[in-house]
Every structure is written in structure tokens, then in C-alpha cells.
Design a protein around this ligand. Structure first.
Ligand SMILES: NC(=O)c1ccc[n+]([C@@H]2O[C@H](COP(=O)([O-])OP(=O)(O)OC[C@H]3O[C@@H](n4cnc5c(N)ncnc54)[C@H](OP(=O)(O)O)[C@@H]3O)[C@@H](O)[C@H]2O)c1
Length: 218
């Protein structure tokens, strides 16, 4: 499964400001293209816009509410109140997951753990552990992140320019982005794919339509 992220972020240090209307539009495009899992977080301050877009796509019959997974990070009380389907955690390592799973009186175990995961940092051990506990690993940074200057060393390699991804892309006549997403899909990881661009959103959903496995990436 891949998921879409149409979050709006403002980065003053990069002079990047995306209007909220763009978030609404991109979320609608993503749902129309077939995305059912929309990632969000309080940090981005666009929960209202994403909610409006989802509501409008439910109203026009494109999707049903029960088919949408809208992941903000939730807690047990929200689930009790019927406000959340399931509970997920983020950036938990194995030890932290074990602490939660062994918590006395735990009522709802996390169904997913969202962590940085991509071809340069494939989280193999954590993935194996999550699978053994029926926790879905959700990958962020699957396309190499937005490379925000504040957080990413700009001299680090650009994931989508990786020569191995490039060779596989040529071989399968697909883009490096699709190869990076397909890699996650094949190993049972839910990959987030952040974009506000219609062509990219529509391209990313093609990951399900790749006829062959990409094979060699381990
Ligand atoms: N839990 C956490 O701590 C945490 C931390 C970071 C991020 N996240 C979440 O992770 C998700 C993914 O965000 P991310 O920042 O990690 O980014 P990402 O998905 O790894 O990469 C985003 C970048 O990929 C590019 N892209 C998307 N589709 C493409 C395509 N088909 N071809 C070429 N380039 C493409 C976009 O380029 P353009 O700029 O050209 O559109 C964008 O710059 C978000 O939902 C975010 O909320 C969570």
C-alpha cells in the first residue's frame, strides 16, 4: 500500500509558502487518483483543510468514510470515543514498541509504526520485529524526503538520483520514484509519498500497476 501526503508546510528559511487551497486541491486529486491513506500531523496545521477535502470527496461519492485512513497520531481515548479507527505510533524503536506492548492494561496495541525508511535506511530488523507483532511499518522519507535545509545535509546523496534506482528504472521503464515505492510495497511496507503535484500524485499510484516485481533490491 502506498499513501499520499499533501501537507502544507511553510519554511521561512527556504522561502517556501504553499497556500492551504493547494493542500485541499492536492488531497482531492489524490483521492480521485485512488489513494485511501492520507498522512497528517498536528505539526503541519492543515488537518482542517485535509478534512474538508475528504468530506467533499465523500459527499460527491468518490469514496466512503470507512475506506479512508486518515492518520494523525491518536490515543486510546479517541478510539474509545469512536473518533479513531486504530492507533498508530511514530519513530518508535524496538525497545519502545516492546514497552508499549508489555504495558499492563494495554487495551489497543498500535497497528502501525511510522518511521524513516527508504533504500538507504531500510529498517530491516525493525520491519521483521513489527511483522512478528502484526504491526505495519509505515515508511516516511521513502522518496528521499523534501530535503529541507534545516533537517537534511544538502551534501548527502539525493535518493532519487541513485544509480541503482536509475538502472532499475530504465530496465522497467518506470521512474526512480516508482521503483523506490515498489521496493517498499514488495517487502510489506506502507510507503508514504509526499507531493502536491498532480503528475507526481497520479504517477505514484501507478505502483500497483507495475506488472513485474523489481527483484534485486535487498
Ligand atoms: N513521523 C515523522 O516524524 C515524520 C517525519 C518526516 C516526514 N513525515 C511524513 O512523511 C511523509 C512523506 O514526507 P517526506 O518529507 O518524507 O517526503 P518523501 O515522500 O520521501 O519525498 C517527498 C519528495 O518526493 C518528491 N516526489 C514525490 N513524488 C515524486 C515522483 N513521482 N517523482 C519525483 N519526485 C517525487 C516530491 O517532489 P516535489 O517537491 O517535486 O513534489 C517531494 O519533494 C509525509 O506524510 C510526512 O508527514 C513524518
Amino acid at each position: 500500500m502506498i499513501s499520499c501526503d499533501c501537507n502544507h508546510l511553510t519554511y521561512p528559511e527556504q522561502n517556501v509558502t504553499i497556500p492551504n487551497s493547494k493542500t485541499i486541491e492536492a488531497t482531492k486529486i489524490a483521492i480521485e487518483a485512488g489513494f485511501h491513506h492520507i498522512d497528517c500531523a498536528y505539526f503541519y496545521q492543515v488537518e482542517e483543510e485535509v478534512g474538508l477535502a475528504i468530506r467533499s470527496k465523500i459527499a460527491d461519492g468518490t469514496v466512503k468514510r470507512e475506506d479512508i485512513f486518515y492518520t494523525t497520531k491518536a490515543m486510546e481515548k479517541c478510539k474509545d470515543a469512536g473518533l479513531a479507527k486504530s492507533i498508530g505510533v511514530s519513530n518508535f524503536n524496538r525497545r519502545q514498541l516492546e514497552m508499549i506492548l508489555n504495558k499492563p492494561g494495554l487495551r489497543y496495541k498500535p497497528v502501525c509504526n511510522q518511521v524513516e525508511c527508504h533504500v538507504y535506511h531500510n529498517q530491516k530488523k525493525l520491519l521483521d520485529f513489527c511483522k512478528s507483532k502484526d504491526i505495519v511499518l509505515v515508511a516516511y522519507g521513502a522518496l528521499g524526503t523534501q530535503r529541507i535545509k534545516k533537517w537534511v545535509d544538502q551534501s548527502s546523496p539525493v535518493l532519487l538520483d541513485d544509480p541503482v534506482l536509475g538502472d532499475l528504472a530504465k530496465k522497467h521503464k518506470r521512474s526512480p520514484a516508482l521503483i523506490a515505492l515498489r521496493y517498499q510495497l514488495q517487502r510489506g511496507v506502507v510507503a508514504l509519498a509526499q507531493s502536491l503535484k498532480e503528475n507526481e500524485i497520479k504517477e505514484n499510484i501507478q505502483v500497483y500497476r507495475m506488472a513485474v516485481g523489481i527483484g534485486v533490491l535487498k
